[in-house]
Design a protein around this ligand. Structure first.
Ligand code: AMP
Length: 413
């Protein structure tokens, strides 16, 4: 057994997953949330999913598939890790028997410095901290997880896996914004791109599924979840991506506007008296599907469309219109595509979105098979016709598995 622990740490919560990399199976996972000073009313919550009680000696793991929830005070991430360790000791798999060979940490922003998974050292921690200028909500939270993780597991390598790293292959023409070059350089303003772990996983899974060499494929990957982005991938390398300096740019999302004329912000500041914080809140938290139709969940939007509600119909059309624009743009950037994949909550579950995004692309060799697209089948699957020149896939993403793979590739090269 080769256990790898994956940590995805937020400011007041962290998710963890223990995988056996011999089989790539999840052994246990959990969520510690509401970390912070106890207010008397709000205790922290620890939810454990012990998918399997793995034994290093037994022939097969005993499947528990149990969920346990505990509420208790957890003042900080270090205390949260102690609670996680107690859960492993109580429910297994026993980390004393088979400790993780490495711990992988998701880090949102690697700036222009980190282009691959990186062994955490004190210097790397300083760099992640310094990059908080670019990701103030995420990097400090990710770093809190790293620090607590290194305390809990002092003897194993810790690897940072960056959301931005996959997009470090973008050419200057793709990552440069056409603004004053000195202003951009002094504030490190450029496109970084996000969701890189998912785009990498999906593009590699698509190539493997089709039995074709990654290096020969032109691919477009739509990661459509609550956050959404699309990436053009040429021979396994990201050449363009819709998220930019922050995850706000690009597609219409659950609560984010995606692309907008920046002058709208000047107008709202001058005419509506909105502050920078108001505008940040408007575009990141009160826009997208939520702003247009009152819910950030595409299932609610679809249900409202079925009921004939015009705002929901408009929200859906705006969402799909943007997808089409990017599909066309990335076909042009790549000079055509071999494979187009859909992933994440919306991409994996909403056939109307997939069809809407690609329906007009018959001229480019994209032909959706509507029965395949609407089938309730799960797992990786083809939804284009056999005659379609471009293969269209649904590919379930697995960011934890990708982080665990990258972690192992550094820990055991
Ligand atoms: P993710 O960020 O990948 O977890 O995706 C979450 C989003 O996926 C939710 O907010 C929903 O909008 C969407 N979603 C999940 N299940 C479905 C479904 N069956 N049909 C349509 N959208 C879905």
């Amino acid at each position: 057994m080769t256990p790898v622990l994956v940590i995805n740490s937020g400011s007041s919560s962290f998710k963890y997953q223990l995988l056996d990399m011999d089989t790539e199976r999840t052994l246990a996972s959990g969520l510690v949330e509401r970390i912070g000073p106890s207010t008397g009313t709000g205790l922290a919550r620890h939810t454990v999913h012990a998918a399997a009680l793995a034994s290093a000696t037994g022939p097969a793991p005993t499947v528990l598939d149990a969920t346990r929830i505990r509420e208790l005070p957890i003042p900080d991430h270090t205390a949260g890790f102690a609670v996680m360790l107690e859960a492993f000791a109580a429910y297994g798999p026993s980390l004393a028997e088979t400790p993780p060979v490495a711990v992988g940490h998701r880090v949102v922003h690697g700036g222009a410095r980190f282009f691959e998974p990186t062994l955490v050292t004190p210097l790397v921690e300083i760099n992640i901290d310094e990059l908080a200028v670019l990701a103030p909500l995420h990097n400090p939270a990710n770093l809190a997880g790293i620090v607590a993780g290194r305390t809990a597991f002092p003897d194993v390598p810790h690897i940072a896996v960056f959301d931005t790293a996959f997009h470090q292959t973008l050419a200057p023409a793709a990552y440069t914004y056409a603004i004053d070059a000195e202003v951009a350089a002094s504030h490190r303003i450029r496109r970084y791109g996000f969701h890189g772990t998912s785009h990498k996983f999906v593009s590699e899974a698509a190539a493997a599924f089709l039995g074709r060499p990654l290096g020969e494929l032109k691919q477009i990957v739509f990661h459509l979840g609550n956050g959404a982005s699309v990436t053009a991938i040429d021979g396994g390398r990201s050449i363009d991506t819709s998220m930019g300096f922050t995850p706000l740019e690009g597609l219409v999302m659950g609560t984010r506007s995606g692309d907008i004329d920046p002058a709208v912000l000047f107008q709202l500041e001058r005419r509506a008296g909105m502050t920078v914080d108001d505008l940040d809140d408007l575009l990141n938290k009160r826009s997208g599907l939520l702003g247009l139709a009152g819910s950030n969940d595409l299932r609610d939007i679809r249900a409202a469309v079925e009921r004939g509600e015009p705002q929901a119909q408009l929200a859906f059309e705006v969402y799909v219109h943007r997808l089409r624009s990017y599909a066309g743009a990335y076909l042009a950037q790549l000079g055509g595509a071999d494979v187009i994949s859909f992933t994440a909550g919306v991409g994996e579950n909403a056939p109307q979105v997939r069809a809407g995004a690609l329906d007009t692309l018959g001229f480019a060799g994209v032909e959706i098979d509507h029965a395949r697209n609407e089938s309730a089948e799960r797992g990786i699957r083809i939804i284009s016709t056999d005659a379609s020149a471009v293969t269209v896939l649904v590919v379930p993403t697995d960011e934890e598995l990708e982080i665990a793979r990258q972690t192992l590739s550094v820990a055991r090269p």
